[in-house]
Ligand binder design. Structure first.
Ligand SMILES: Cc1ncc(COP(=O)(O)O)c(C=O)c1O
Length: 467
């Protein structure tokens, strides 16, 4: 329908009106959007400047006009990019690198790779600092006496472990699949745990002090947690994400009062974090990809919780990785407790480089995939392959189908990485003659992706059929 297409393109063009560059180091807002260009005074916007056809022409737009709109929308997009880049121009010329493409669709593939066949990465386990990230709950001593009520920080961790065996078809009747409900954290994801640990540690060590700005690159959830922690503790937050991040996660970051930067096409958001911290001495860089207080947060909280909630009976722990903090921290804790009686399984989206690295110890070219927050195009410092015993590769289609299945049969609405994790669990459960106690992470809430993985139009655009 040419007319509808033209309207959509016009809407897209409106969203692309370039924003004005803010002061150096200050993120840019969405810019001033002209809601209806046909009503904008002609002195402000001449037909030649506008990427849109005049409003009255939309009803009778021709193919040629459509092409012209397309061309102008593309030009607008290009014009918008430098406006976002502006505060980092010098850094961009010197340092930014192109990341791998992040969109697309992969065919499913399902081998379970066993570490015994790939011994290249065998190393001693890393050691983390023992202790707990948890604050005293409900009642706590303070200057004036004993406080009776919890504060928002107290809501982090101690999440429930729920039986989700019903979405799998275990070969052995005694196999159970258990999901750690991480969207019960106040920021609706497991990343609250690592940010609590990183903020506490940085404050203790004097690296994070009152008046400072915290900067973090993130696929969205760490950004939400950083923004939340800064709101609680009174720091300014600058979060950098990329275009793959869902609108819901972007909106949540802004809701906590953080400034949000979207990395321009071709830029690496992790490098942007480093550059901004280098350029601003009073900015604290979270550096979640290399900061060992990230896995340590899970070592000190999620690992012990899983061990205790299963009475030590966990046989398999399954998690997808991005920074690797979750699998490395929990994996190390469980290995220390159970040695080879627990198998640590990395669930990996098709297209991520982890699989090849696990098999060969070398990097390969990444391929695009849809699931947010997991898989990688490099090996982060927080990822410790020494704890990984096996790897299950899961394609977008199976991961997202599992999200729908979980929502429709358990009533838990989870994000794409949780679907990917549970799909990997289902395959382990289906293959094992032995009874297993498999634990995985329900990393975040599906409400963070309502416009994507729970949206029929988005699924259809990406050639994914749920039924
Ligand atoms: C939704 C989601 N799932 C899983 C992960 C992977 O966790 P980790 O970075 O600890 O490997 C992330 C990380 O950003 C995430 O946002």
């Amino acid at each position: 329908m040419p007319r509808i297409l033209a309207c959509c393109l016009a809407t897209a063009a409106l969203a692309l009106v370039p924003s004005t560059a803010g002061p150096a180091g200050k993120p840019l807002g969405a810019g001033k959007v002209v809601a209806d260009v046909s009503q904008a005074p002609s002195t402000q916007r001449s037909p030649a400047e506008s990427p849109l056809p005049p409003k009255k022409a939309i009803a009778e737009v021709s193919e040629a006009e459509e092409d012209e709109v397309r061309r102008k929308v593309a030009a607008s997009a290009e014009a918008a990019a430098p406006a976002v880049e502006a505060p980092f121009k010098d850094a961009a010329e010197k340092k930014w690198r192109a990341p791998a493409a992040t969109f697309g669709f992969q065919q499913d593939a399902a081998p379970v790779l066993d570490r015994r066949k790939f011994s290249t990465l065998k190393r001693p386990l890393r050691s983390y600092e023992p202790g707990s990230i948890h604050q005293a709950h409900v009642s706590r001593e303070y200057a004036g006496g004993t406080r009776k009520y919890a504060q928002s920080m107290d809501l982090i961790g101690n999440t429930p472990l729920v039986d989700i065996t019903s979405v799998c078809k275990p070969k052995h009747p005694d196999t159970v699949v258990l999901g750690k409900v991480e969207f019960f954290n106040p920021g609706y994801s497991m990343k609250d745990r690592i940010m609590a640990n990183i903020f506490n540690k940085a404050e203790e060590e004097g690296k994070l002090r009152p008046g400072m700005t915290v900067v973090a690159a993130s696929s969205g959830n760490t950004g939400c947690s950083v923004a939340m922690m800064c709101a609680i503790r009174g720091y300014k937050a600058v979060v950098i994400t990329n275009d793959k991040c869902s609108e819901e996660k972007k909106a949540a970051i802004r809701a906590y009062g953080a400034d949000l930067l979207i990395s321009p096409p071709g830029a690496c958001y992790m490098q942007m974090e480093t550059d901004l911290a280098d350029e601003n001495p009073d900015w604290f860089s979270v550096d979640q990809y290399n900061n060992l207080d990230n896995p340590n947060g899970h070592y000190r909280s999620t690992g012990p919780e899983i061990y205790e909630q299963t009475d030590g009976e966990v046989t398999h722990f399954v998690a997808a990785g991005s920074t690797g903090g979750t699998i490395s921290g929990i994996g190390t804790y469980l290995k220390e407790k159970k040695g080879d009686d627990v198998t640590i399984v990395l669930a990996d989206p098709t297209g991520s480089v982890f699989k090849n690295y696990f098999k060969t110890g070398t990097l390969c070219a990444p391929k695009p995939f849809l699931v947010e927050g997991v898989g990688k195009n490099n090996i982060p410092g927080a990822m410790d392959f020494a704890v990984v015993d096996a790897l299950v590769e899961v394609g977008d289609k199976d991961a997202l189908k599992m999200c729908a299945k979980i929502a429709r049969s358990t009533g838990l609405c989870v994000g794409g990485s949780s679907g990917l994790n549970v799909e990997a669990c289902a395959r382990l459960a289906e293959q094992s003659d032995e009874p297993l106690t498999i634990v995985t992470m329900l990393c975040d809430s599906g409400v963070k992706y309502l416009s994507k993985i729970f949206n029929e139009d988005w699924l259809a655009e990406n050639d994914i059929s749920i039924d």
